[in-house]
Write a protein that binds this ligand. Structure first.
Ligand code: SF4
Length: 197
């Protein structure tokens, strides 16, 4: 004779059977079902100092925290993340801003300069220091040769129209501040940057 089983009874039996099967399966595989003590992963930035800065990429100007460890020559950036105290982004960053760390610490980052002398057909590999010295030398030479102290009407302008500065979005806020001072100090008046922060 067929026995009537209610829907509630059926679900109880099915649930118990499935749980029993799952437990049996775990034990059969050598698993341990006793309560375990959980450990939080130690924060990677625990020993680091956090410096507030601004995402270099766009005009939104999201706040970031740059985590740095070590002293002197051993100082290195170990992490960059959103600054939760920033009223602009409250710690959030878009995918581009969230990848800022990779801008600074990246094995593919170029550390040498390719230089092709006037008239040469081959590129020469230069150390960065040598290239920087050469750029400084040419900037000083050009500035000195083209510096205008006064206009014909006697107005003091202290400027050079021969140099132009174009910044990029990957220059951070602090660099832009110092860069602007240097350019103005040299008398350069054509200064542009696409970042607009
Ligand atoms: S995190 Fe994104 S939105 Fe914010 S400043 Fe950087 S690039 Fe712009």
């Amino acid at each position: 004779m067929a026995t009537a089983v209610s829907r509630r009874d059926f679900l109880k039996v099915a649930g118990a059977t499935m749980a029993g099967t799952a437990v049996g399966g775990v034990l059969a595989l050598g698993g341990d079902l006793r309560p375990q003590v959980a450990h939080a992963q130690e924060a990677r930035v625990k020993e680091a100092k956090a410096y507030p800065s601004v995402c270099p990429y766009c005009a939104v100007g999201c706040g970031i925290l740059v985590h740095v460890t070590g002293e002197g020559k051993d100082r290195k950036i170990i992490n960059i993340e959103g600054n939760p105290e920033s009223p602009v982004n409250y710690g959030n960053l878009c995918p581009k801003g969230a990848a800022t760390y990779q801008l600074h610490v990246n094995p593919n980052r170029l550390t040498k300069v390719l230089h092709r002398a006037p008239g040469a057909t081959q590129w020469e590999v230069w150390e960065l220091d040598r290239a920087m010295d050469r750029v400084a030398e040419l900037v000083k030479k050009t500035r000195d040769e083209t510096f205008i102290e006064k206009l014909p009407n006697g107005k003091v302008v202290n400027q050079t129209p021969a140099l132009f500065s174009l910044g990029g979005a990957t220059m951070d806020n602090e660099w832009n501040h110092i860069h602007q001072k240097l350019m103005r100090g040299l008398g350069i008046i054509a200064i542009e940057n696409q970042a607009r922060i």
